[in-house]
Design a protein around this ligand. Sequence first.
Ligand SMILES: Cc1cc2nc3c(=O)[nH]c(=O)nc-3n(C[C@H](O)[C@H](O)[C@H](O)COP(=O)(O)OP(=O)(O)OC[C@H]3O[C@@H](n4cnc5c(N)ncnc54)[C@H](O)[C@@H]3O)c2cc1C
Length: 429
Amino acid sequence: MAYHYNDDRLPTIVVIGGGFAGLELVKKLNNKPFRVILIDKRNYHTFQPLLYQVASAGLSADSIGFPFRKKIGPYPNIAFRMAEVQEVDPAAKKVITNVGTFLYDHLVIATGTTTNYFGNKNLASWGLPLKSIGEALDLRSEILQELEKAIVTETVEERESTLQFVIVGGGPTGVELAGALAEIQRNVLPTDYTEIDRKQMKVVLIEAADRLLATMSEKSSKAAKNYLEKLGVEVRLDTRVQDYDGASGVLQLADGGTLRTRNIFWTAGVKADPLPGIPAENIGRGGRYLCDTMNRITGLENVYALGDTSLIQGDAAYPNGHPQVAQVAIQQAHRLASNFLRWETGKKGNAFSYKDKGSMATIGRHKAVVDLPGFSFSGYFAWYIWMFIHLMALVGFRNRFMVFMNWMWNYFTYDKALRLIVRPYKRPQ
Ligand SMILES: Cc1cc2nc3c(=O)[nH]c(=O)nc-3n(C[C@H](O)[C@H](O)[C@H](O)COP(=O)(O)OP(=O)(O)OC[C@H]3O[C@@H](n4cnc5c(N)ncnc54)[C@H](O)[C@@H]3O)c2cc1C
């Protein structure tokens, strides 16, 4: 029997956000006895782990985005609405958006995170973030515009500041972006930007902690640093960024040092942005919703949070909440989907328990680090594993095919071929 969206006898589940968690949840609720409405402010799912490759001209934007309607169009009990949620009203069981109000029986909030500048207004206006496809395209344009600008600058000082690319935040995104920029410097500048001496371009990676990839093993952190330094990246550990003066291009460090640069790429942190209407007492560290072990927001009836926005309390293995990674989002979605079915038939729900399948980061050609439960490795094999896992995790065959073809092209030509300034980046005034 097929369940249909128009059947108003079915309980309505509204899911806000079609990221890893939201999309996985609605896939699992396909043809189950619920009306499901997926709401997202964009009409596509973003595969965030490969954003840095769009930013560094290795992949096209459309190869890492996937239209929601393509995925859920064939699901008869699921509808998509492109809308920005502005507020929720848990007492009236309503979701208020820019296109109207939706009523729910169950509400799932899976809105992910936004960039955290830790309250610094200058860094927020001058630092380029990397959380969406639009931002990745801004970053790509900015990098290419600065290379063009460097060729026509008149003073040595200006050229140095134009060619100095500073990445703040040594987590996986910062490390991967730094590696990709270093490969542009190494492989693209000597052939296509012959008027720039490649030694004049500098990639600096700044990290406040005493090691890169702090969530990975010490061994992987060390290997990543070595790889980056081999590629010519200057890695500054134990270094905290304090402020940035966009007019003079001076980056102020907490230790009193300064760096002159026009380019700050900010990958230093994320925070959840709680939706208006959720009481303050339900919000914990990093703006995440406080949940019980079944992802129910504590104290609210039939409201759940999944993925990066959730902060589960009561899992002894993760007293500070689960890591904000795709696997957590996906596994929580699976658990909640199965609990919805259990609750519907009067059974008790099961608590979420995270199975850590490992983590990885890539630095460049043949350079990656992989931590699996119990052991870590790096190098060629890690790089191939990284590529395979990311390829398989992409949504849709077309995207997998396009990414694979682009990677083959990049591999054999050493090029980052998508170097088009289609939508110029407008620097703040
Ligand atoms: C650059 C980058 C690289 C990463 N690399 C990795 C990696 O290699 N491995 C890994 O495991 N994790 C990685 N992550 C983390 C991973 O992407 C997140 O943990 C994961 O996306 C969380 O899934 P989610 O569903 O909670 O949120 P998201 O995937 O962020 O999805 C949130 C969705 O909510 C929508 N939304 C937000 N607010 C609203 C609103 N008000 N109204 C309507 N819709 C809204 C957004 O449009 C978005 O589609 C990376 C993250 C980034 C930014």
